[in-house]
Design a protein around this ligand. Structure first.
Ligand code: KIV
Length: 275
């Protein structure tokens, strides 16, 4: 387990206080080793429902379940001592009623020990956000392109292209803020619109496919390290190319096993070895 007696975990309140200040660095994380590696470098780790696609091979984030989010939330919490850890509420766990939303958020907090939950939606989900906040649980909002709405919308549609949609985005942003969210993700939104929303709000905005003028940025970790095996989205910058490294390692390992050069003498235990 990760331990650093001197580490102080960043809180949602700390991040709220950074509105308009130093950009907030966020990445997704789903596992213990990745959480340990990222933790010293980021302000926030999101256990995103993208885990359903990235690690479990589902077509979209609708494959995420409460059990999945709790298990990955626990793993990330074991590895992170410094970053604020936020766990996504999966589709179906909060939309139908305020009661269900609070019960689901409470389960995630109780079973993972994370710092906050995130849910998708603006005006329509404001009652859920307000109720979860009233229950003492910090909430991160998510507006713009909402991956959990992919089937309803018939695909992933970039937001902010029409006046009507811009007005709806502004209403969503204001509703999330008024409901008490400590920050809000803006995803897949035309640049000047995302920048305007960021300037309009008093809570930090975290962009993904949005604007450098947001108060922070987030990427899916597998996209950022070049491990994504399918299509890499336009808004991603790859900071490493682990696809190639993994394929090369597997190719070299297979060669060494087949030609019996692995294991070598230094990997073997002799009867004289202690322990
Ligand atoms: O699930 C996720 O990874 C997310 C980010 C894309 C913001 O919600």
């Amino acid at each position: 387990m990760a331990s650093d007696a001197t580490a102080t975990r960043i809180t949602p309140a700390d991040l709220l206080a950074r509105k308009g200040g130093e950009p907030i660095v966020c990445l997704t994380a789903y596992t213990y080793p990745i959480a340990r590696l990222l933790d010293p470098h980021v302000d926030l780790l999101l256990v995103g429902d993208s885990v359903a696609m990235v690690l479990h091979g589902h077509q979209n984030t609708l494959g995420a379940t409460m059990d999945m989010m709790v298990a990955h939330g626990q793993a990330v919490m074991r590895g992170a001592v410094h970053a604020c850890v936020v766990v996504d509420m999966p589709a179906g766990s909060y939309e139908d009623s305020v009661q269900n939303a609070v019960a689901s958020a409470e389960r995630i907090m109780r079973e993972t020990g994370c710092d906050a939950v995130k849910l998708e939606g603006g005006v329509e989900m404001a009652p859920q956000i307000a109720a979860i906040v009233a229950a003492g649980i910090p909430v991160m909002g998510h507006i713009g392109l909402l991956p959990q709405s992919v089937e309803k919308e018939g695909g992933y549609k970039i937001k902010g292209r029409t006046d009507a949609n811009i007005a709806a985005l502004h209403a969503d942003a204001r509703a999330v803020e008024a409901a008490g969210a400590f920050s809000v993700v803006i995803e897949g939104t035309v640049e000047p619109v995302a920048a305007d929303i960021s300037a309009m709000l008093s809570i930090p905005t975290i962009g993904i496919g949005a604007s450098p003028k947001c108060d922070g940025q987030i990427l899916v970790i597998d996209d950022a390290i070049g491990l994504t095996v399918d299509r890499v989205p336009k808004f991603v910058r790859e900071y490493a190319h682990l696809r190639d490294a993994v394929a090369t390692a597997a190719e070299n390992y297979a060669r060494d096993v087949r030609n019996r050069s692995f294991p070598a003498p230094e990997h073997l235990f002799s009867p004289q070895d202690k322990a």
